[in-house]
Design a protein around this ligand. Structure first.
Ligand SMILES: Cc1ncc(COP(=O)(O)O)c(C=O)c1O
Length: 362
């Protein structure tokens, strides 16, 4: 019998798949509220949809490198077009970063908890994830991250604000990490929800080891359309271009991005809905004895219900039976009742809060 494992690179044996079974399940149960993958509950505006349809009529043509859109995005951050790389979703940058920096056995420092894609794409190229737990209050443990650096450390992940904890890293701590000179992946996927906080793109001139990513999947609400970008030094962009598959952002994705950037009101509405919903869940869930909601700067929030005696799986199964899909989180610091909620519409939020109260109240 033919043996695939004799030919496939050996480290793929240990690599995990970023599973989409929960998304498939949601698609097959459209009556259930999708409150588990940090999507925007509002569909794209007519302006965006019309731009996508117009672009689809040119769908027989390859896209180029979109200098105008890169210039426009660059202007948002005070940099030129050659410091911007456009992609079909920022997960592509995570994959590209693994291919740019990691040889088999090289180490990548990843905080825990955070977005699981970093670890997955690192293991696909044979990289060695070095997982560093956050502190008991779930803030970044910078001392532990710095102590984990070895001569084989080639990349450090800082997700800011972090998914799922919702908090920002302390600026002095970030400076200490950046000053190691090791490449720093600064993921700002959720920063548009909190424009009061400045992007760290402004740090690139001083610290060329930083690269910053943004996505249109979250506050812009275009997760299914797929668009994201990276900002870095020109030298860093050039090396990422070497590993990028050309045309990864389709003409439809590019058109959607252009259209939504012209429509400030759409971003404002989506951001306001999310922020209002986070405040609602924080207030409402904090009233349930034994439940600790973590305020978030993204469109998701972590809730620790361990003190109620319920496990995350029990809670998620219970509310799924009531028509709500939320995410069970792995145990953290010995606590087993963590869930993550992505707010939906006002009606969905009210109904989920009621279902959670029923499940968790003593
Ligand atoms: C922190 C973080 N970065 C990146 C992504 C991926 O986003 P995209 O849809 O742009 O690939 C996510 C998605 O959940 C995320 O949570």
């Amino acid at each position: 019998m033919w043996d695939l494992s004799k030919y496939a690179v050996p480290w793929l044996g240990a690599a995990k798949i970023y599973g989409l079974a929960d998304v498939d399940d949601a698609i097959h149960h459209p009556q259930k509220a999708r409150m588990f993958v940090n999507e925007c509950p509002l569909p794209p505006s007519d302006k965006v949809v019309e731009a996508v349809v117009r672009a689809a009529r040119r769908g027989n043509r390859y896209p180029g490198t979109s200098p105008e859109l890169r210039a426009r995005i660059g202007k948002l951050h005070g940099v030129g077009p050659d410091q911007v790389l456009l992609v079909g979703g920022s997960s592509e940058i995570i994959d590209m970063a693994a291919r740019v920096f990691l040889q088999p056995g090289d180490e990548i420092i990843i905080p825990n908890p955070t977005f699981s894609m970093y670890e997955i794409r690192a293991t696909v190229v044979g990289g060695k994830p070095v997982i560093v737990d956050t502190k008991p209050d779930l803030s970044y443990d910078t001392d532990a991250m710095l102590a984990a650096v070895t001569p084989r450390t080639k990349l450090i992940i800082v997700c800011n604000p972090n998914n799922p904890t919702g908090c920002f890293i302390d600026e002095r701590d970030l400076t200490r990490i950046v000053e190691t000179g090791i490449p720093i992946f600064l993921d700002e996927a959720y920063l548009e929800f909190y424009p009061e906080k400045e992007s760290k793109v402004s740090w690139i001139a001083k610290y060329p080891n930083i690269f910053v990513t943004h996505t249109f999947s979250k506050a812009f609400g275009l997760a299914g359309i797929r668009f994201g970008y990276m900002v870095a030094s020109e030298e860093m962009i050039k090396i990422f271009v070497k590993v990028q598959i050309p045309w990864s952002a389709s003409v439809m994705s590019l058109a959607a991005a252009e259209a939504i950037l012209e429509n400030h009101e759409e971003l404002r509405q989506k951001r306001e809905l999310s922020r209002k919903s986070i405040d609602f869940f924080c207030k409402t869930l904090a009233q349930i004895p034994g439940v600790k909601p973590y305020h978030s700067h993204g469109n998701y929030m972590l809730v620790d219900a361990s003190a109620t005696g319920k496990t995350s799986k029990e809670i998620v199964d219970h509310v799924s039976g009531q028509g709500f899909l939320i995410k069970a989180m792995p145990p953290l610091h010995g606590r087993k009742g963590f869930i993550r909620i992505t707010p939906g519409t006002d009606a969905e939020n009210q109904a989920l809060a009621a279902a959670l109260k029923k499940c968790l109240a003593p």
